[in-house]
Design a protein around this ligand. Sequence first.
Ligand SMILES: Cc1cc2nc3c(=O)[nH]c(=O)nc-3n(C[C@H](O)[C@H](O)[C@H](O)COP(=O)(O)O)c2cc1C
Length: 184
Amino acid sequence: MNALDALHSRISVAFLTDPAPDEAALVNIYKSALRAADHGRLRPWRFLVVKGPARERLGDLFLEAALADDASLVAEKQDKISRKPLRAPMLLVTVSSIKQHPKVPTIEQEFSAAAATQNMLVAAHAQGLGAMWRTGSMAYHPMVMKGLGLTEHEKIIGFLYLGSIGGPTKTLVEPELEQYFSEW
Ligand SMILES: Cc1cc2nc3c(=O)[nH]c(=O)nc-3n(C[C@H](O)[C@H](O)[C@H](O)COP(=O)(O)O)c2cc1C
């Protein structure tokens, strides 16, 4: 798929299944992340790869965090939380790693990490893979951040769920360009 086709047709895929992307596809995704616009070329990011059984450990961490907030969670809800990372064969966690810089504020560095995540979504789609960017309360929970090894200068920008497309995908709705673009 050429670049414009990929950009114009990308959609999120919630229903993801095995197999996980192979190594060559992953390398393409990783390289795309590292081409994100990046003020000062600070590389204000790192990415955690969560595959196979590591997803269960992430689910345990989610549950631990959720129970710390509400110890009375019913079993069904607990199960739902701990199974979240199993919704795809693998996840990439985008972590913004903020560097001190006189001209590049934190928000711009977080924008770069977000741009890297978007590049990965497009790179996955361009290779016929499914992907979805998710956050939710777990992305901002201090216990999750600590459990994933983040430092005080780091934040979770997103969980990128990644895999093979597991079902019918949604129909693209052609946007009305005039609604968003106007001459000034
Ligand atoms: C920062 C960020 C966080 C998101 N978190 C979630 C989420 O937790 N759950 C969810 O269903 N969609 C989430 N989304 C939205 C989906 O990734 C997706 O973009 C949306 O469903 C629209 O679908 P589309 O990408 O096919 O247009 C998030 C998007 C962004 C940019």
